[in-house]
Design a protein around this ligand. Structure first.
Ligand SMILES: *[C@@H]1O[C@H](CO)[C@@H](O)[C@H](O)[C@H]1NC(C)=O
Ligand SMILES: *[C@@H]1O[C@H](CO)[C@@H](O)[C@H](O)[C@H]1NC(C)=O
Length: 661
């Protein structure tokens, strides 16, 4: 009991020291010690369980569970519990029949045999599904000790690339073109033939604790090499022979025997804490990534420096001029006073600039939800940056984002209510309900439709009914009441004070030049922010659709800050030009100016779809665009809110500095 009652400050301290000292691990990420059979006890275990995750493909958006394919199944199938993020991302982890003991090399061990009889209709179906999996390049994702089992192979320039998955098999097309994985072996050369990878050579690297005074060993690496071997005698496997060929036409009975070998290698120079490094470092084009990010950073810093300078100098001059004119309203100066009056300028619209916007209800709702998304993104990225949400912590990123979103209902309600009150709105009930329901409702409806498609296709990404209910419960049971609380406080507060009074009669807006018209301004506004994120966007889209691991959260956080700065600056700049042109409708425009970045995001996603992905099939295409729409909507609210508040701050600032008679 005594050891349990640790003082709180010690817990906090060890939490802070998390990054530097390795004595404290997050739950689920603590090292597991293994030792040889017979010596196992409380401190270490001898059996190594291989888990299998769902299979996915870059050519299809639909992931499938391991069970759906006719591979060897585990007799006593168990599923480790999964978090919300994993379920939402379609991860389905289950145990596999591949089980072995620590440090016991195995050679050519049989797993199971599957036979396909031409007279059985069911068998044809199973084999066809397996073939279509090979044709679409579906990949296995195996897990040992919470680590992906990687398949490392040489790419150009003698570089090694470690893929955290491996294909089921491959197809040589009728025109003799080997698809993807078939390139690895020149023996795969028969036209219209499928080569199934029915054998794997697994190599497990471990770090022994013998020299460091702890019992057992920790696994620091797991790689495998898929092979295609036709086993002649299923009871006496030799693991040599011709490749396992499955012809396109199912004309004769087929028998597939699955087998594996395991080899244990000691390497004490790899630390357990850095065992993921080899996967992350061997990602292709890491250097290009670094370079392009630095490049865009420099450009953005340079641009925003310029913008800031111009703004400061021009504004400073304007304010000095206006105030000077006000101070000397007689004699010689009256001429310049008139001059200044005649000169168009942002001061002229002081009586209109705080006139409440049209459709203030919708704007305030968007801003409330945008605030929610902004804080959620910021916190998630910050935590990811500290290493809490690394890829080793499966599904944590998504879980964190969802939980944060739910808990952040209060700021959303508050911001929405306060602004709505400032806009002079009176339908506060509608405002609260829309804040809690509008955008989450759109996202949920989209998500639900996607789920229906996934469900019809039998994909593992289909959310189980229970999870769907759980999401609704989180939304209506926690998020909505929190929004109401926020809205209550927002309405109780007085509306935001404005530095200048609004005139009774709206002022005529003069004829605008092309560049100060609303639409061109809005279209221009999104270019700068988009320009500094699109490289990062490429990697994010790659990680989502091509299933590459994303780990550069430090960079992402930097890009987030850059996006924040550019969105604000671009909006302020355009807002200034519009006010100078005496167009005072800035409320919506500031939101849409930076929010237009989302439209570029959509265009980029379309471009990505056609140029980088080889997605085939109507269901996959609908899913791609369905998910993209959710992303675009969230991004729209996010960037729009940044732009609005930047402009809001700016307008308040400049009109509180000038003197108005
Ligand atoms: C397993 O195989 C590896 C590589 O061939 C070898 O270094 C190691 O000693 C073997 N381990 C055992 C326990 O035989
Ligand atoms: C251990 O791993 C390191 C890093 O991957 C490698 O450079 C080294 O050659 C390995 N040592 C042995 C004995 O395999």
């Amino acid at each position: 009991m005594k050891t349990r009652a640790k003082p709180v400050w010690r817990l906090v301290l060890s939490f802070i020291a998390l990054r530097s000292c390795a004595a404290f691990y997050l739950p689920g990420l603590a090292p597991v010690s293994f030792c040889e059979e017979g010596t196992s006890g409380d401190e270490c275990q001898s059996t190594i369980q291989l888990f299998v995750n769902r299979l996915d493909s870059v050519e299809s958006v639909l992931p499938y569970e391991y069970d759906v394919f006719d591979f060897c199944q585990d007799a006593e199938e168990k599923r480790p519990s999964e978090n919300l993020g994993q379920v939402l991302f379609g991860e389905r982890i289950e145990t596999s029949p591949y089980k072995f003991n620590f440090n016991k090399n195995l050679t050519c061990e049989k797993v199971c045999t599957r036979t396909y009889d031409i007279s059985a209709k069911d068998d044809k179906k199973k084999l066809d599904f397996l073939k279509s999996g090979m044709q679409l390049n579906y990949q296995h994702h195996w897990i040992i000790d919470n680590m992906p089992v990687t398949w490392c192979y040489n790419v150009e320039d003698n570089q090694k690339y470690c893929n955290p998955g491996f294909p089921i098999g491959c197809l040589v097309t009728p025109d003799g073109h080997p698809k993807d994985a078939c390139v690895i072996n020149s023996a795969f050369n028969k036209k219209n033939m499928y080569y199934l990878f029915n054998h794997v050579d697994i190599m497990i690297t471990y770090h022994s604790g013998a020299t460091e005074g702890w019992k057992g060993a920790r696994l620091v690496g797991a790689t495998l090499e898929p092979k295609s071997i036709k086993h002649e005698d299923e009871n006496k496997l030799t693991c040599d022979g011709p490749p396992m060929e499955i012809p396109n036409e199912f004309t004769s009975n087929t028998k597939v025997t699955y087998s594996y070998s395991v080899k244990f290698v000691e390497n004490n120079s790899i630390k357990w804490a850095s065992r993921w490094d080899y996967i992350l470092v061997s990602m292709p084009h890491t250097n290009i990534q670094w370079f392009s990010i630095m490049n865009s950073l420099v450009i953005v810093l340079f641009l925003s420096g310029m913008v800031a300078m111009i703004m400061l100098r021009t504004l400073h001059k304007d304010i000095a001029r206006y105030n000077q004119v006000d101070q000397v309203p007689s004699g010689n100066a009256s001429l310049s006073y008139e001059e200044a009056q005649e000169e168009s300028g942002w001061k002229q619209v002081h009586g209109d600039v705080f006139r409440p916007p049209r459709k203030g209800m919708l704007l305030s709702v968007f801003l409330g939800q945008g605030t929610q998304i902004f804080i959620m993104t910021f916190t998630t990225l910050f935590l990811a940056c500290l290493g809490f949400l690394s890829p080793a912590n499966r599904g944590a990123l998504m879980t964190c984002a969802v939980v944060l979103w739910v808990l952040l209902g209060t700021p959303a309600g508050y911001v929405s209510a306060r602004l709505y009150k400032t806009f002079g709105g009176e339908k506060w009930k509608t405002n609260v309900l829309l804040t809690a329901l509008l955008c989450p409702g759109i996202v949920f409806a989209d998500f639900f439709l996607m789920n229906l498609i996934l469900w019809v296709e039998g994909s593992s990404a289909a959310i189980p009914f229970g999870t769907l209910v759980a999401i609704l419960a989180l939304w209506f049971g926690i998020s909505m009441p929190l929004t109401f609380i926020g809205a209550y406080f927002g309405f109780k507060k007085p509306s935001l004070e404005q530095p200048v009074r609004t005139n009774q009669i709206p002022r005529q807006i003069p004829e605008q030049s092309f560049f100060t018209k609303p639409i061109p301004g809005i279209i221009m506004g999104g270019i700068l922010p988009f320009g500094c994120i699109f490289i990062q966007l490429f990697f994010i889209l790659n990680s989502i659709w091509s299933h590459q691991m994303y780990y550069m959260f430090g960079f992402l956080f930097l890009v987030f800050i850059i996006l924040l700065i550019t969105c604000s600056e671009a909006t302020i700049l355009l807002c200034y030009f519009h006010l100078c042109a005496e167009d005072y409708h800035w409320w919506w425009r500031s939101f849409l100016t930076s929010g237009f970045t989302a439209v570029y995001l959509f265009i980029y996603a379309v471009h990505y779809f056609f140029s980088k992905l080889q997605i085939v099939g109507a269901a996959s295409t609908i899913l791609y665009f369905g998910y993209t729409m959710i992303m675009v909507l969230i991004f729209f609210l996010f960037t729009g809110t940044i732009g609005f508040f930047a402009c809001f701050w700016f307008v308040n600032k400049i009109y509180s500095v000038v003197k108005v008679d």
